[in-house]
Design a protein around this ligand. Structure first.
Ligand code: 1GP
Length: 240
């Protein structure tokens, strides 16, 4: 069980997740990226994006051919579902007030998910502002939360936990210029008892270290490494 392994390491061993966006990662770079992922202690691969036009199945097949890391879907839209993955972050965009991203898409996906063997992990997904309009913000038609108001993030994360979410994901947006502020991450971490994922704008080992020190159980790296596999090894030095 992927969630059980996240729970077991929560608060003890930090995990690194590699986000592979099917739109942004070419098949030429994939083998080198996976090799770096294995050498750089990546323990989870996320597949998805805000707007994906390619089917995700062939990409997951290609990943599975070269490694046995668990693959979790991270779908921005119901069109990104595939039972070739091991599991799914069932994202509820609890920072926003768009019902499609709180329940509508979940209803569309429910029967497919019930039939699949995917491990489903309900996740409170919180978009935090970062100075630019992220694809997630634009595509979800929601406002991100202010980065300088940790108390709002804490209440939102708590509400997510009380609603039964099993993870909280603090998202700065793919390609964000900077990672989510440490103060906000640590305020959320101190107040919840479920594991915390943090992603968006992690571009160096220094960024990763700060995110872990602030309390992230899992950090997600995508944009900075998607066309440069060696960069992943450099960033991952913060785990050791
Ligand atoms: C985006 O949190 C992930 O959904 C990763 O962000 O692509 O900026 O690393 P980056």
């Amino acid at each position: 069980m992927i969630y059980q392994s996240i729970l077991n390491s929560s608060g003890k061993k930090r995990k690194l997740a590699l986000l592979i966006d099917p739109e942004e990662t070419s098949s030429d770079v994939l083998p080198a990226l996976i090799e770096s992922a294995l050498r750089g202690c990546v323990s989870i691969i996320l597949v998805g994006g805000s707007l994906v036009n390619h089917p995700v199945g062939p990409l997951i097949d290609a990943i599975k051919k070269i490694c046995s890391l668990p693959v979790l879907l991270f779908p921005g839209t119901p069109g990104q579902l595939s039972d070739k993955a091991d599991g799914l972050l069932l994202l509820s965009l609890i920072s926003g007030r768009n019902p499609e991203f709180l329940i509508g898409n979940h209803v569309v996906a429910a029967k497919f998910l019930k039939k699949s063997s995917l491990e489903i992990i309900p996740t409170g997904y919180m978009l935090i502002e970062n100075g630019i309009t992220s694809s997630a913000e634009y595509m979800s038609n929601t406002r991100p939360m202010p980065a300088n108001k940790p108390e709002l993030a804490v209440s939102t994360a708590l509400a997510g936990e009380m609603l039964g979410m099993k993870l909280i994901y603090l998202e700065g947006g793919s390609g964000a210029p900077t990672a989510i502020p440490a103060e906000l991450i640590s305020a959320v971490k101190k107040n919840i008892s479920i594991p915390l994922i943090v992603g968006g704008g992690i571009r160096s080992a220094g960024d990763l270290k700060k995110v872990y020190e602030a309390g992230a159980d899992i950090a997600v790296v995508g944009n900075a490494v998607e066309n440069d596999a060696t960069k992943l090894l450099e960033i991952a030095k913060a785990i050791k």
